[in-house]
Design a protein. Structure first.
Length: 343
């Protein structure tokens, strides 16, 4: 059960929506500290006492550390084989992350046909409103975008929890290996995106995004939304690109990014990167009212016996199934429903 990656433990506690005192714990690879742990804490604890994170290095005895955790909601993110060995009855297994991709190999008309009706109308309206785009490989344009659009957008949207690629690394590994999309409205540069191009896999990886000065007025006017249309439009006409990867999100159906990107005709996939072999295990210490509420309100993406993605929903006699949280998407092979009263 040895894994040569560094592991971390992160603990938090606070008050739940139901006014119960409760705790969370995360154990696993570093990636989960950024993506999984904060989401679980924010969804489970409406008031937090403050997280505590401890690096614990390479952990051959990960099983012992996992067994010692007694949080109300404990989450493990580790390689699939490790999760398989540590899973017990009552645990909830899920993927650790998904990506949402669009096949652009059949050209623009096919891409347009996959858009939701809502997005098709938004695109048509945006073009009437004067939106357009160009692409740039100019270094000065990259730095202007990064400093005056991307950074302020991340800061304004996420505050202290903003996460991104630092400027120098973004310049070298994204922009210099890709392209900058510049969205204009009536001649004014109002938003953009840096996308890296993987020539080997013929994939455009949409990475950094931002609007002018991070100002919500531009987002509200459709400037950020049009970035997605610009990327798809350009990629569909490029002979060297077959796929646009709009990147990933945590495997919870309540994630706004998951629901939003579905509108662009995306297919949900397990990514072919560091997250590809990682899986998540959720262990409730006991099914308290707050834990039940958390599980019901946060359906997860897991795998069926064939390895296909499926959505897992929860309910019990006090908490109705959250059928208002949709899962339907190419790449997701239906749903399973778990009655918590039978766990």
């Amino acid at each position: 059960m040895t894994d040569n990656r560094s592991h971390f433990i992160r603990e938090n506690s606070g008050i739940t929506e139901l006014r119960e005192w409760a705790s969370t714990a995360y154990l696993g690879v570093k990636e989960g500290l950024t993506y999984i742990a904060p989401f679980v804490e924010d969804q489970f604890l409406t008031q937090q006492s403050g997280e505590r994170t401890e690096p614990i290095g390479e952990v051959p005895d990960l099983a012992d550390r996992w067994a010692s955790i007694h949080a109300d909601v404990a989450v493990l993110v580790a390689p699939s084989a490790v999760v398989d060995k540590l899973a017990e009855p009552g645990d909830i297994r899920a993927v650790s992350r998904i990506h949402q991709v669009v096949d652009t190999s059949r050209g623009a008309q096919d891409v347009m046909s996959q858009l939701s009706r809502r997005e098709l109308k938004r695109r048509q309206q945006a073009e009437k409103d004067g939106f357009g785009y160009d692409v740039s490989h100019e270094d000065d344009h990259f730095f202007e975008f990064y400093r005056s659009m991307h950074v302020p957008t991340m800061r304004n949207r996420y505050g202290d929890k903003a996460r991104s690629v630092d400027e120098e690394k973004a310049f070298r590994t994204l922009f210099q290996q890709g392209v900058l999309f510049r969205v204009h409205k009536s001649g004014e540069w109002v938003s953009g995106s840096v996308s890296q191009i993987d020539e080997r896999s013929r994939t455009l990886n949409a990475r950094l995004i931002g609007v002018k000065a991070g100002d919500d007025q531009y987002r509200s006017a459709g400037a950020q939304n049009f970035v997605y249309h610009a990327i798809l439009d350009w990629a569909a006409e490029e002979d060297g690109i077959d796929t646009v990867d709009f990147q990933g999100c945590e495997p919870f159906l309540t994630k706004g990014t998951f629901q939003y990107k579905k509108r662009f005709g995306t297919t949900a996939v397990i990514p072919a990167n560091n997250f590809g072999d990682l899986r998540m295990l959720i262990r409730p210490k006991s099914l308290t009212p707050s834990v039940r509420r958390f599980l019901v309100n946060n359906p997860v993406l897991t795998e069926d016996a064939t390895g296909a993605l499926v959505a897992k929903y929860f309910h019990d006699k006090e908490n109705a199934l959250r059928s208002d949280i949709p899962h339907s998407s190419p790449g997701i092979n239906g749903k399973v429903i778990v009655d918590l009263d039978e766990l």
